[in-house]
Design a protein around this ligand. Structure first.
Ligand code: TYD
Ligand code: MG
Length: 457
């Protein structure tokens, strides 16, 4: 008699329950439980899956003193940006999840990196595209590699049979949501499938010391599709961000067992694949010569890297009863807050105006040090007087209109100096780190937004 076991899974967080319920006790979402068949009674699981791959079955218990210490072995990459976000290369036996919106370039990035690693046998498993489609993409990228193999298959056990034959050094799975394990009956992309497929791949990675890259989808609200448990299982989570209408992409580390999570990689999507960008600030700042009102340059730090970006704003007389606030690339609530500060502390009547704000290049930034540049751009557009193009800004604005200190101010100043700015306006509370600083750029420490207004206009 076949034993079919079913269970209810929350499609939001992956919580498993024997009974259906309206509200998930773990994530408090409503109506997320779906019944999934988890074990088909007839198929027996092969316990020694990877024994004949490595030749030995490892003894499990080991004294910590017997574990070899030292750095994890890493595969060096040509792509410096990917290498940076991974913490210096691909760690053997690691499992890396690369998530992002459709069309952002996940497949392109991993295909391109796989093709560049000519000394390794790479297996690219495509559950989404045909061999022909992948080939067309690789022709666009234009790198040839004799050790690069394709497999269009979604059944995990068939995939493992192929893996045992090929013995690849690197496996890329595009995407985890399309895989299907025969041990679980529910459809591909369901919580129990994703969990089972990821577990099988994880066992493979750990027992054979082969690195595995998983491409993952993202849901409407920007979370990684599938259960949260997927993020716990993998060693590294990278998120690919950017507006698909723009060419720039940011690869951000959300989790990394082998390195810092404060790293970002910046790419440009070109006609021939992804191009790593080593000097992003030079590209993000457009015409330095034109004097336009409503534009200010922010010296931000994304991850560990200083980045100069252009902040743009447009303040116009409101035609409707309720003034509009439209923001791209910046937190809308933060803009409201800055407007309230300017209204209350500076007496500017933004309440009667439509305000549009934008970070150039399609970037989304969260560093609060953009505040000062945003305030300058708003004031500049309000007064219709341009901010001098030799100025840049780094400071957070507090609720009482004070300009607050920012971290890594030396790095920001150095980047601004490198790009030929003449003045950088910072918080006077950063003075401690400024005293020791030797630089050619003039550093202007200010304490309040009122002082900023007087200084600029
Ligand atoms: P893709 O890697 O398929 O994205 P994802 O796997 O994240 O869904 O990339 C999709 C877009 O990138 C597609 O609209 C075409 C574009 N593209 C280029 O602009 N240049 C290229 O060299 C390649 C391969 C793709
Ligand atoms: Mg894809």
């Amino acid at each position: 008699m076949s034993k079919t076991k079913t269970s209810f899974f929350c499609q939001n967080c992956g919580y498993e329950s024997a009974k259906w319920s309206g509200k998930c006790p773990a994530c408090n979402e409503w109506n997320t439980f779906v019944e999934e068949v988890i074990i088909k009674g007839t198929i027996q699981k092969d316990k020694d899956d990877w024994k004949d791959y490595t030749g030995i079955k490892k003894i499990k218990t080991i004294s910590i003193n017997d574990v070899a210490s030292g750095e994890e072995k890493k595969i060096a990459l040509n792509d410096q940006e990917l290498s940076r976000v991974l913490g210096g290369g691909i760690v053997l036996g690691s499992i890396v999840l690369v998530a992002g919106e459709p069309g952002i370039g996940k497949s392109t990035l991993l295909l391109q990196n796989g093709l560049q690693l000519t000394e390794l046998v790479t297996l690219y498993i495509s559950g989404e595209e045909s061999e022909h489609q992948v080939k067309m993409r690789s022709d666009r990228i234009g790198t040839s590699n004799d050790n690069f193999y394709l497999l269009t298959e979604t059944n995990t056990q068939t995939i493992f049979q192929e893996i045992k034959k090929l013995k690849p050094n690197l496996v890329i799975v595009d995407s985890i949501q399309t895989l299907q394990s025969p041990f679980v009956e529910s459809g591909p992309g369901s919580v129990s499938q994703i969990r089972e497929c990821a577990t099988e791949l994880q066992n493979f990675a750990k027992e054979t010391n082969t690195p595995v890259f998983l491409i993952g989808h993202i849901t409407k609200d920007g979370n990684i599709a599938g259960p949260k448990i997927l993020e716990h299982m993998v060693d590294t989570v990278l998120q690919f961000e950017g507006d698909s209408h723009y060419a720039y992409r940011i690869l951000r580390t959300l989790k990394n067992r082998f390195g810092s999570t404060a790293e970002i990689g910046i790419y440009e999507m070109t006609g021939t694949g992804m191009r790593a960008i080593h000097n992003p600030s030079e590209i993000l700042i457009s015409q330095k010569e034109d004097q336009l009102s409503g534009v200010a340059i922010a010296a931000t730090v994304e991850g560990m890297r200083p980045l100069l970006v252009e902040v743009q704003s447009l303040v116009t007389q409101s035609v409707y009863g309720t003034p509009q606030r439209t923001v791209t690339g910046f937190d809308g609530k933060r803009l409201q807050l800055l407007l309230a500060v300017l209204e209350k502390r500076g007496g500017f009547h933004f309440g009667m105006k439509d305000v549009f704000a934008n970070i150039a290049g399609g970037l989304k930034l969260e560093d609060p040090s953009i505040d000062l540049a945003m305030v300058s751009a708003l004031l500049s557009s309000y007064e219709d007087v341009p901010v001098k193009h030799q100025y840049c800004f780094a400071g957070e604005v507090g609720l009482s209109g004070e300009i607050r200190a920012v971290n890594r101010v030396e790095q920001r100043i150095a980047e601004a100096e490198k790009l030929g700015f003449e003045k950088i306006i910072v918080s006077k509370y950063n003075r401690k780190s400024l005293d020791k600083l030797k630089c050619n750029i003039e550093v202007v420490p200010l304490g309040k937004v009122e002082e900023l207004y007087r200084y600029l206009f």
